[in-house]
Design a protein around this ligand. Structure first.
Ligand code: HEC
Length: 266
């Protein structure tokens, strides 16, 4: 294997094309992650809370509860009655949405304030969910439990296979640079470990929001390190390396003479 700076012009072009395209792709992936995760918690930037909301969800509130104020307004319910009605619904959702409580507490409330727009006929006109049966109401009272397992497996299929290949190629190119061996060893391993941390973090965070840090740290160390590897490869290929990254000559000379003198062990 030849060092990157010793490659022919067309070989360098091949690697450069790959690096540019893939780095743009990875930046797009980071941007996608940013726009889909930022602000879920109302703050800008991807925070721990955003990760928790994505994978664990928000189990304190259902769609039904979130839209209640707007729906009370729709229904013309006087403001003075809002707290009591809200409490009735909160109690039912938190208590596991039992059929018995539905019959005595929820059904009359909905019949009085909501059915005028949420009957089967009206819901077809207004494009809103019907709230006629117990199942209908239960359906909108589900709490958000975050990303579904099928999306997580799908995400794993795409992320782990695609990034695995990219990380391998980025690492292989990086190994052909004149960078110091220790930096090489750490750099080529980190994206793989970080990706594992990230992906296992998805499942653990779904169980318990306290694991969200794994997703954040894993995400911060996987693609960015691979991009750094590719950036340094590019630099070494076309221009040269800054001193602190380079393999020191003293350690290089004996190891190369040794390897040319000794026969390979069989
Ligand atoms: C004046 C008509 C009207 C009344 C009364 C009304 N709604 Fe709605 N509701 C709508 C419309 C229209 C939509 C769909 C558009 C929207 O989300 O605003 C909707 C949507 C919803 C949704 C689905 C929201 C979503 O994001 O999918 C829920 C849940 C809901 N209403 C619950 C209720 C409850 C509970 C009541 C009674 C307290 C109620 N609505 C009273 C018109 C009404």
């Amino acid at each position: 294997m030849r060092l990157l700076n010793k490659l022919s012009f067309s070989e360098k072009l091949l690697h450069t094309g790959f690096i540019f395209l893939v780095c743009i792709g990875l930046l797009a992936a980071e941007a996608y992650l940013y726009v889909t995760h930022t602000g879920l918690d109302g703050k800008s930037g991807v925070t721990l809370k955003d990760v928790q909301l994505s994978y664990y969800g928000d189990r304190s509130s259902s769609k039904l509860q979130t839209v209640l104020p707007a729906m009370f307004t729709n229904a013309g319910v006087p403001k003075a009655q809002w707290p009591q009605l809200t409490q009735t619904i909160d109690h039912w959702v938190a208590g596991g949405q039992t059929k018995a409580e539905y019959e005595t507490q929820i059904k009359p409330l909905i019949a009085q304030h909501c059915l005028m727009c949420h009957s089967v006929a009206m819901s077809q006109q207004l494009h809103n969910p019907p709230l006629v049966t117990y199942e209908d109401v239960k359906n909108v009272a589900k709490v958000n439990t975050g990303m579904s397992y099928s999306s997580m497996f799908m995400g794993g299929m795409v992320h782990l296979t695609m990034l695995g290949v990219i990380f391998w190629i980025a690492g292989w190119l990086f190994l052909q640079t004149r960078v110091n061996d220790q930096i090489k060893a750490i750099s080529v391993l980190t994206p793989f470990l970080a990706m594992l941390l990230d992906y296992s973090g998805w499942f653990l965070t779904k169980q318990n929001p306290n694991f969200a840090w794994m997703v954040l740290i894993g995400g911060a160390l996987s693609c960015p390190i691979a991009m750094l590897e590719m950036g340094v490869s590019l630099l070494d290929m076309w221009i040269g390396l800054p001193g602190f990254l380079q393999q020191r000559l003293i350690s290089e000379v004996p190891s190369t003479t040794k390897s040319t003198q000794q026969p390979l062990p069989t």
